[in-house]
Design a protein around this ligand. Structure first.
Ligand code: VG1
Ligand code: CO
Length: 539
């Protein structure tokens, strides 16, 4: 074992989902090593522990896995379980951490951010429950990384990550496992594969765009091999280190090929896409896009149709900026609904305590208590299960849902790579104005309340402040603004817009939300501070 002297970097602060930087930042000497050592320090050391390690296969994934193995061995870990090739989707890693009763796992991914030598890389730690480290642990990682003076590493040859089976490194066991097998087995337990298979046999057609990212092998095995979807259903199914130049963010802007096909004359019955690390999903019906907030609500209302949820669901949780559509379903079902800050780490306690079964975010993330991460393919399979049982189209299911619950018109506008000082100035001015907003009228609407969202975890009472500015109107409409915690360049402003309608369900969301969009620009003076008049991405 070698102890290497190092100097701390001052920017190793994990964001919404781990530490994300440009790949070249991670590739500089000691950068990755410092943070890995900080992770081990933050969790009370690695000695005698078992970890899962894997990533989404992006550029530098393979070399980072070798570094982590050498450091885990040098820090006394008993065993590391690695996905073949160093690859594991985020939900599959979460599942392995739980199934194998390990002490946690290190996941290498910058998720929906592009990959490659000039793009993004990321690393995060998940706890023994399979979920992202909570804030007290990520704060400890930052503290440790800020004062680090040395790290431990073993001088050893690379492990052959492609050879499934057991080997050793120093005194540590290394087990290379098939990436897909355990995950696929879990999906078979939750969903009615026979019913879905029968639907495909009867001619149901589907397109799954894996966006050259990690879900390809999972989707091909489950959809094509086990469920009998036509071969070629999965496109962009081979994971590539640079995602083939695609931006692996499953939304209508970046998954435009899928959108064009689904809105075209020969659209299949169902379309879906997932992101870099496989935890996000976008769902599209023939000629109809399903917003993630609506998808969560539909899944909550229909989950009992799948065998894994046949007993019903205990409760639901959504991140604060996610639309309130799922709250209406919870009310109807007589179950609890929770509103948490952005980021999956805030769902962990509620899931562990059995208070919620389903949770989701407006950012194309949906999941359940089967793992402790959002899970793209899981959401797609639940939709397929519901379609197979209800024998209706996506459009019919969505329209029936709105008829029953009303429609929460919803959109998110992203203004990317703003100069950080300008974005911060805008947000602090907005924060200062909050107390004076109630009672004020903008664009013909009266503001009823305005605050900066603060959260107290109902299970362990931990608190998180400044989680997003909320401006509520008397008619129930809502504006939310926050700065992204996953970007690697400047600041990204996320503007979330919502309006509830009891009738008139066929409007374009951008039209239905037009006065609220204008009000947001007026209240925050987005153009004055940032020079931007139009968002870069609309979802
Ligand atoms: C974004 C999303 C958030 C999500 C996070 C991680 O965070 O808004 O809902 O949990 O990405 O998703 P932010 O701070 O940029 O708004 V993933 O699939 O990138 O791990
Ligand atoms: Co992701």
């Amino acid at each position: 074992m070698t102890t290497i002297q190092t100097v701390a970097f001052d920017d190793q602060k994990p964001g919404t989902s781990g530490l994300r930087k440009k790949t070249r930042v991670f590739m500089q000497p000691h950068y990755l090593e410092n943070f890995v050592q900080a992770i081990f320090s933050a969790i009370g050391g690695a000695k005698g522990k078992t970890f899962v390690v894997g990533g989404d296969g992006r550029y530098f994934n393979d070399r980072a896995v070798q570094v982590i193995l050498r450091m885990a061995a040098a820090n006394g870990a008993a065993k590391v379980i690695v996905g073949q090739g160093g690859v594991l989707s985020t939900p599959a890693a979460s599942n392995l951490i739980r199934q194998r009763k390990t002490d946690g796992g290190i996941i290498l991914s910058a998720s929906h951010n592009p990959g490659g030598e000039d793009e993004d890389f990321g690393i995060k730690f998940n706890m023994a429950n399979g979920g992202p480290a909570p804030e007290n642990i990520t704060d400890a990682m930052f503290r440790e990384a800020s004062v680090i003076v040395s790290y431990n590493i073993l001088e050893a040859q690379d492990v052959d990550l492609n050879a499934v089976g057991e080997t050793t490194m120093g005194g540590m066991a290394v087990e290379i496992v098939d990436c897909v097998a355990d995950y696929a087995a879990l999906m078979e337990q939750l969903f009615d594969f026979d019913a879905i298979r029968a639907m495909f046999t009867a001619g149901f057609t589907m397109r799954f765009d894996a966006m050259c990212a990690v879900t390809g092998p999972y989707a091909t095995e489950i959809l094509e091999n086990r469920l009998g979807a036509a071969s070629g259903t999965v496109t962009h199914g081979t994971p590539l280190p640079d995602f083939g130049g695609m931006h692996p963010d499953p939304n209508p802007t970046w998954a435009h090929e899928l959108m064009a096909e689904m809105m075209g004359p020969d659209a299949p019955d169902f379309g879906a896409a997932s992101d870099g690390d496989g935890d996000r999903n976008m769902v599209v019906g023939r000629g109809i896009y399903v917003s993630p907030s609506d998808s969560l609500a539909v899944l909550a209302a229909n989950a009992h149709l799948a065998k894994g949820y046949a007993k019903g669901i205990a409760g639901v949780a959504r991140s604060m900026p996610t639309s309130a559509a799922v709250d209406r379903v919870a009310k109807d079902l007589g179950i609890e609904a929770f509103e948490t800050p952005t980021g999956w780490k805030f769902f962990g306690n509620l899931l562990d305590a059995g208070r919620v079964t389903l949770c989701g975010e407006e950012s194309f993330g949906t999941g359940s208590d089967h793992v402790r991460e959002k899970d793209g393919l899981w959401a797609v399979l639940l939709w397929l299960n519901i379609l197979a049982k209800r024998k209706q189209s996506v459009a019919e299911i969505l329209n029936a849902h709105w008829q029953k619950y009303g429609r929460n018109y919803y959109s998110r506008h992203d203004f990317e790579a703003i100069e950080t000082e300008k974005a911060n100035a805008m947000v602090s001015a907005l924060r200062k104005s909050l107390a004076d907003l109630p009672g004020r009228s903008v664009q013909g609407m009266t503001i009823s309340a305005a605050d900066d969202f603060a959260y107290t975890d109902p299970v362990d009472q931990s608190t998180s402040a400044k989680q997003g500015v909320r401006i509520l109107f008397e008619d129930g409409s809502r504006i939310v603004m926050r700065l992204s915690g996953t970007g690697t360049q400047g600041a990204t402003l996320r503007l979330y817009l919502e309006k509830y309608a009891e009738s008139g369900f066929d409007q374009d969301p951008q039209e239905a939300l037009a006065p609220i969009i204008r009000a947001a620009h007026e209240l925050a003076d987005i153009t004055g501070y940032t020079g931007r008049t139009e968002p870069d991405v609309i979802t």
